[in-house]
Each structure stands twice: as C-alpha cells, then as structure tokens.
Design a protein around this ligand. Structure first.
Ligand SMILES: *Cc1c(COP(=O)(O)O)cnc(C)c1O
Length: 234
C-alpha cells in the first residue's frame, strides 16, 4: 500500500478514537457523527488504497476533480458527497457520482438540480449552505435568506432537504467559531419548527481545526481533510 494511504488510515483511526472520547464528553453518541474525508487534492491512488481497507465517505469540492477521481475508485466501498461551490453547468457531471450535495445555496442551482433529477425520477439528499460568519468572500445563504429559500424548495419533490452546512470563520477566536456553529444549529431548530414535514437531521460543520466546537454544538457530519491527509500541497 502507498505510504500516504497507510499514514492517512492510521490518522483516521486515531481521529476516530479522539472523536469518540470527545463526543461522549459532550453527551453525544459517537455513532451519530459521520466523518467525511475532505479529499480535495488527494490523489486517487491514495484514496483507492484506503478504500481497499475500509469503506470511506469522501467529499470533493471541484466537479472536474471528482469526475476524474471517482471512476478510479469504481467498485470500492466509497460514497461521494459534493461539498464545494457548484456551478450550474457542472451539475450534470456531479449528479451521477454523489449521494449528497452540501452546498445548495441559490435558486438557480436548485432549479438545475431539479431539472436533471426529475428526468431520472431520482431524489437527492441536499443540505443548504449558510454563511454564518458574515465574511463576504464566503459562499452560502445569508441566515435570513434561508427560510424563504427553503420554502421555495418545497415544490421540488426531487430535493430531499436534510439539514444545513456551514464553514466557520478562519480565525483563532474560538468564540467567533462557536457562535458560527451555534447559529447554524439555532437556525436549523427554527426551520425544523417552521417545516415539521421535513426532517432536518444534519448539521455539516467542523473541519480539522474546529471540529471539537462543532461536535459540542451538534454537528452530525464532520468534514476533515488536513488531520487525516496532512497539509495540502498547493
Ligand atoms: C477543505 C475543506 C474541508 C476540510 O478542511 P481541513 O481544514 O483540511 O480539515 C472542509 N470543508 C470544506 C468545504 C473544505 O473545502
């Protein structure tokens, strides 16, 4: 097995152990937390070697990269999610490969997803990406846009909205990060109250540097790259 795959698997095992201890200390059941490996820039041969040892949940940010890598892992126990900004003209490449999109953030994208899914009579789990930090360079809905957007999605029977996703601010200030996660959970709880017919079970939040705060605030899917694969080479 390639050395990097071996290292990544041992990092994953260590991460899982640390997560289990931390989750219990927060009163969370470790089984309720999925670890998504954020695999952007990680070569397919490394992911292949890992998937030959154990089932993986992988998240990619770029349609082109996903399209290149997914066929190289065909037949292995791998589930792909899309976690990056998705351009409408890439929907056709991404849809056949993924089981969830974390980054639904605008009406035009919802419309294009619906159009393609309806053709196949298929329903896809999606999360709404919310910009909880107010940073202007970040993608995602403004918190106050989220409810009307969600209401507008109810007529799309092809989209199964299962929760929210956010990227916390890149800062050392733990209070700001914590507020970002807290506000996502609070928004989810409010939307769940408004739309009882939906099951908004997922909060996709927490990365290598801030996952502990995310778990404490109710994350269900952690998106972890660096802690498993090491620093990304640009
Ligand atoms: C890269 C990425 C991650 C993982 O970040 P790390 O800090 O490497 O763990 C999580 N979410 C998104 C959307 C990303 O692009």
């Amino acid at each position: 097995m390639v050395l990097e795959a071996k290292e990544a698997l041992s990092n994953l095992e260590a991460f899982r152990a640390e997560l289990a201890v931390w989750a219990r200390s927060c009163g969370r059941a470790p089984e309720d937390l999925r670890i998504l490996l954020a695999s952007k820039t990680v070569p397919a041969d490394i992911l292949r070697a890992m998937a030959q040892r154990e089932p993986l949940l992988l998240g990619e940010n770029f349609a082109q990269e996903l399209k290149g890598k997914a066929p190289l892992l065909a037949g292995l126990p791998v589930e792909w999610h899309f976690i990056g900004h998705l351009q409408s003209n890439k929907v056709k490449d991404v849809l056949p490969l993924v089981t969830m999109i974390h980054s639904l953030d605008r009406p035009s994208l919802a419309k294009e997803l619906h159009r393609r899914l309806a053709r196949e009579g298929r329903r896809l789990p999606v999360l709404l990406e919310v910009n909880t930090s107010g940073e202007p360079q970040k993608h995602g809905l403004k918190p106050e846009e989220t409810e009307p957007f969600l209401a507008s999605l109810l007529s799309y029977e092809t989209l199964s909205v299962e929760g929210l996703m956010t990227v916390a601010p890149l800062t050392q200030d733990e209070d700001r990060i914590q507020r970002s996660f807290y506000s996502l959970r609070e928004l989810r709880d409010r939307l769940q109250g408004r739309f009882p017919e939906l099951s908004l079970v997922h909060l996709s939040m927490g990365m290598s540097g801030d996952w502990k705060l995310a778990v404490a605030e109710g994350a269900t899917i952690l998106r972890i790259g660096t802690a498993i694969f090491g620093p990304r080479r640009a």
